[in-house]
Design a protein around this ligand. Structure first.
Ligand SMILES: C[S@@+](CC[C@H](N)C(=O)[O-])C[C@H]1O[C@@H](n2cnc3c(N)ncnc32)[C@H](O)[C@@H]1O
Ligand code: SF4
Ligand code: SF4
Length: 358
């Protein structure tokens, strides 16, 4: 495999990886540095933030090596991925063989960076926004103006799309106090022709259970919202299990079998929250060693600590019902959500305190 792979071939290789039970999703942390101070995430004070980060040449080598077992959906995250100036080159390197996605707090998105990310061939960008209220979002994210800039990022990214398959999502973390914010967030995303997704808080990033939702069932409310907002694109199979997760957890995690994590150092673990237990290294071990060690580490994994969307959405693909429900999300090139005919206006992003302009 010498040159880049075309989109149709990549889809076929992804499908083959799925049918052969090879991993199909990989989170590749490009940095652990972060410019925010989110209360519900510990990455901004993670000691790994001070480690050397591999240059883009290593991503070229690593992406080609990963392609030996098939095409993957690769989520570039961190930390804040845009703190790396070479992010567009990393996207390009990964996109030669795989489908690159990224998640960002939006702070560093400008007209130019949005254009560069899209031109590099990103498949989807998720911008994290957890509250419809600017003040609360900024306070929880430890950054004044975060909310306003995140929505600006959504708009800039939407405007910079080059290919019809490029998606812009808003992604929220379901916390202890924001279930009522989901409806206005889904609407605001729809008004900007963007998708909306949600994942429940996982305590492993902070060690604290304080931010877990504990105020009654959420799945029926979220399912009702999905019926109302077609841009709310999380899979129903995934959303319907939120309450089970919040009541104690969901067994049979497939981490290490169908998805895995690569650190900013190249270390490989079954998932990001188990990165302190690496099983191999992308640069020093062969692909077959990596696969074998991941499989071994995934055996007897009784962990039920998270229901992140990378886990829930990907595991959903391994049931016939889940697979059919996810087709639209993963296979069809639906870069923009269906428009609501009556949704002709969009509420402007407010300025002022919390909205932070002026
Ligand atoms: C770790 S962040 C990295 C990307 C970027 N810094 C951001 O905030 O979007 C990836 C995603 O995880 C979410 N997240 C952070 N802490 C979380 C937690 N404790 N539980 C669930 N999701 C969390 C973020 O909101 C974001 O959507
Ligand atoms: S959620 Fe993202 S922005 Fe917030 S501290 Fe974690 S990595 Fe940084
Ligand atoms: S449930 Fe699975 S993906 Fe989640 S933290 Fe545990 S091992 Fe990792």
């Amino acid at each position: 495999m010498n040159g880049p792979i075309g989109t149709v071939d990549k889809k076929w290789r992804l499908f083959r990886a799925w049918t052969s039970r090879h991993p199909i999703w990989c989170a590749w942390q490009v940095t652990y540095r972060c410019n925010f101070r989110c209360r519900f995430c510990g990455y901004w004070h993670d000691p790994m933030g001070s480690q050397d980060e591999p240059p883009v040449e290593q991503y070229v080598i690593g992406a080609k090596k990963l392609a030996q077992t098939g095409t993957l959906m690769v989520s570039l995250a961190g930390g804040e991925p845009l703190l790396r100036d070479d992010l567009p080159d990393i996207i390009r390197a990964v996109g030669r063989y795989h489908f690159p996605f990224m998640t960002t707090n939006g702070w560093l998105i400008t007209e130019q960076s949005a254009r560069e990310i899209m031109a590099a061939g990103i498949w989807g960008v998720s911008v994290s926004i957890d509250y419809a209220s600017p003040q609360t979002h900024d306070e929880r994210r430890g950054m004044t103006g975060a909310w306003r800039q995140a929505w600006r990022a959504v708009e800039l990214l939407s405007a910079a799309r080059i290919h019809k398959w490029q998606r812009v999502n808003v992604i929220a973390v379901l916390l202890d106090d924001n279930i009522d914010e989901m409806a206005p967030l889904a609407q605001m995303a729809a008004e900007r022709q963007s998708y909306f997704m949600v994942q429940p808080y996982g305590f492993r990033k902070t060690g604290s259970h304080a931010y877990e939702h504990n105020d009654g069932p959420v799945s029926p409310r979220l399912m009702a919202l999905m019926r109302q907002w077609p841009n709310f694109t999380s899979s129903p199979v995934y959303i319907s299990q939120f309450d089970q997760f919040l009541r104690g957890g969901i067994p049979n995690c497939k981490a290490g079998r169908v998805f895995f994590n690569i650190d900013s150092t190249g270390d490989i673990a079954i998932c990001v929250d188990r990165r302190s237990e690496p099983v191999a290294n992308l640069y020093t071990d062969s692909m077959w060693t990596i696969r074998g060690r991941l499989r071994t580490a995934s055996r007897d994994n009784g962990c039920m600590d998270c229901w992140y969307n990378c886990r829930g959405e990907i595991e959903g693909l391994y049931s016939p019902h889940g697979f059919l429900m996810c087709l639209r999300q993963y296979i069809i090139d639906a870069g923009r959500p269906p428009r609501r005919r009556w949704l002709t206006t969009r509420r402007p992003i407010p300025t002022g305190p919390g909205g932070a302009e002026g």
